[in-house]
Design a protein around this ligand. Sequence first.
Ligand SMILES: [Zn+2]
Length: 76
Amino acid sequence: MNDATLCPACGASNACSLADPRTATQACWCYGVSIDASVLAALPPALRNKACLCPRCAQVLDQLPPDEPACASTDS
Ligand SMILES: [Zn+2]
């Protein structure tokens, strides 16, 4: 059973925008980062090209913009 929204390495959500109908028109985070070839090479062949890795397993967390604060307007 393959779920395109789950990381094949750890089973967490990979936050792939293409796998979610609500965000499928947006470019996935993975387009904006460069994943080390050794990370991909370490995956078993059966897991490659099935589903996206999550940002943590792809080791690109430091390349992603920080999350937007949920409540940023505090200027009162
Ligand atoms: Zn993962």
